[in-house]
Write a protein that binds this ligand. Structure first.
Ligand code: SAM
Length: 217
């Protein structure tokens, strides 16, 4: 573990140097939950590399820089209610939970990954993440509305239910674009009076969001 920790600390330092991690809170969360805790044993030695890695069911754990960018754009604060769509390994959900210090809801459509994420989260000692099996393109109405919704899969357009499930003053971070490569990362904000404003951050590459308000099966 010592070697893995040292490599991970170097990765975090590099992300801070590149101004991709900007806040002390995000830096601390990254150090508390290294990416190697959320990949299969055979990929642990690569977890510090700033690239996506395979996880079961043909999906990916995002590259550290991408996770840092999305977390910084979300401007998470303690007490915020957050929904993540696309649990995957559970790593991003663990980081979100560390930043908001309260319950986090995360939806995954593949049962094998629901189990994978739950195991990873348990092993890492994360207690306040609720992993839900389902189609996250519909959001998660039982706990709506949310201060923040983070989508870690690429949608063909912004799913209307996710906008509806934002609180006034809330923010949705979502990649929108083509099925494979590429998408644009959007920041969708709902004002206190309910107006919607969309900003484009830049180009990204995510696996597709598959579901009723995403791409077809
Ligand atoms: N956030 C993840 C992590 O920290 O490991 C990485 C997510 S991976 C890039 C995208 C995930 O979105 C995949 O696990 C995929 O199965 C999931 N996904 C795709 N469409 C979905 C949907 N409609 N609802 C829920 N999850 C979905």
């Amino acid at each position: 573990m010592e070697e893995l920790d040292e490599r991970w600390e170097r990765t975090v330092k590099a992300l801070v140097g590149e101004r991709l991690i900007r806040s002390e809170e995000v830096r601390q969360a990254f150090l508390k939950y290294p990416r190697y805790l959320f990949v299969e044993e055979r990929y642990r030695g690569y977890a510090h590399v700033d690239e996506p890695l395979p996880i079961p069911a043909g999906q990916t754990i995002s590259a550290p820089h991408m996770v840092a960018i999305m977390l910084e754009l979300a401007e998470l604060e303690p007490g915020m209610k957050v929904l993540e769509i696309g649990t995957g390994s559970g790593w991003n959900a663990a980081l979100i939970a560390e930043l908001v210090k309260t319950d986090v809801y995360t939806v995954e459509r593949i049962p094998e990954l629901v189990e994978f994420a739950r195991r990873n989260l348990e092993r890492a000692g994360v207690k306040n993440v609720h992993v839900i099996l389902g189609d996250g393109s519909k959001g998660f109405p039982p706990k709506a509305p949310y201060d923040r919704i983070l989508v870690t899969a690429g949608a063909p357009k912004v799913p209307e239910p996710l906008v509806e499930q934002l609180k006034p003053g809330g923010r949705l971070i979502i990649p929108v674009g083509s099925y494979h490569l590429w998408q644009d990362l959007y920041i969708v904000e709902k004002s206190e009076t309910g107006e919607i404003r969309k900003r484009r951050w830049g180009g990204v590459a995510f696996v597709p969001l598959i579901g009723e308000y995403g791409w077809g099966e």
